[in-house]
Design a protein around this ligand. Structure first.
Ligand code: G3P
Ligand code: MG
Length: 236
């Protein structure tokens, strides 16, 4: 079973920062997951929440601020004083990093932008993905089915994972097929062996988030889960 570093090594460093990704190298972790949003001036940045409030010393919405404005904020201090000075990370930086270190990546499309702005987001994503080396594996995922469908039309060769927080049913399979998904990414909470089996019966391998308990990871492995997202990829 593959272990994917969730927002980098987010148990030991502030999520989605350079430190969280760079820590993967000495630990020998070769899969990461990150969340992608867009600044007001059209730069793709790595951040989970739509606002900067929880993970920086500032406040406000990512989509309403310029990259230069966001770069003035500290994204490390909230986690521990030792990480003071962490800056928001751009997708461009991450791609140079994964190319250099041969790291596989799950890019989660996490944005509230709509309309023309959303088309611009997808266009920037398209440009960025073209820069990833051919031998790095890529999965693009989202909870947003419409956005995922648009992405799949734009880049049909890129592997898709359908994120879901709902109970697994035949409806999950229908939605996965409608976006051209190769994988289903369910929430670990409430997930049963029968759920996994249902998806596997439809040839949909399963990547589960977010698993930080060793006994749970072991059980999922026995159930035939393909990968887990974890904040502790080295101990799982
Ligand atoms: O992609 C797996 C996981 O990251 C989905 O949930 O909220 O952590 O982005 P979230
Ligand atoms: Mg995520």
């Amino acid at each position: 079973m593959i272990k994917i570093a969730h927002r980098g090594i987010s148990a030991q460093a502030p999520e989605n920062t350079r430190s969280a990704f760079e820590l993967m190298i000495p630990l020998g972790v070769n899969w990461l997951e990150t969340d992608i949003d867009m600044t007001a001036d059209g730069h793709l940045v790595l951040i989970h929440d739509s606002k900067v409030n929880r993970t920086s010393n500032g406040n406000g919405t990512v989509n309403h601020n310029s990259l230069m404005g966001l770069q003035k904020l500290d994204f490390g201090q909230w986690f521990a004083p030792a990480f003071t000075g962490e800056r928001i990370v751009t997708l461009d930086w991450l791609i140079d990093f994964i190319n250099e270190h041969h790291i596989n990546v799950n890019l989660e499309l996490k944005t509230n932008v709509r309309g023309e702005q959303q088309n611009f987001y997808l266009m920037r994503l398209h440009q960025a993905i073209h820069r990833i080396n051919r031998d790095n594996q890529i999965i693009v995922s989202s909870f947003d089915v419409k956005l995922l469908k648009k992405f799949h039309e734009l880049m049909p060769k890129i592997t898709i994972g359908l994120l879901t927080a709902e109970m697994i049913s035949e409806n999950t399979v229908t939605r996965a097929r409608s976006v051209g998904a190769t994988y289903v990414h369910p929430d670990v909470n409430g997930l049963t062996e029968a759920d996994i089996q249902l998806l596997l019966d439809y040839q949909l391998p399963v990547n589960v988030w977010t698993v930080n308990d060793i006994a749970v990871a072991q059980r999922l492995d026995n159930w035939g889960v393909h990968a887990i997202f974890t904040d502790f990829p080295k101990t799982m």
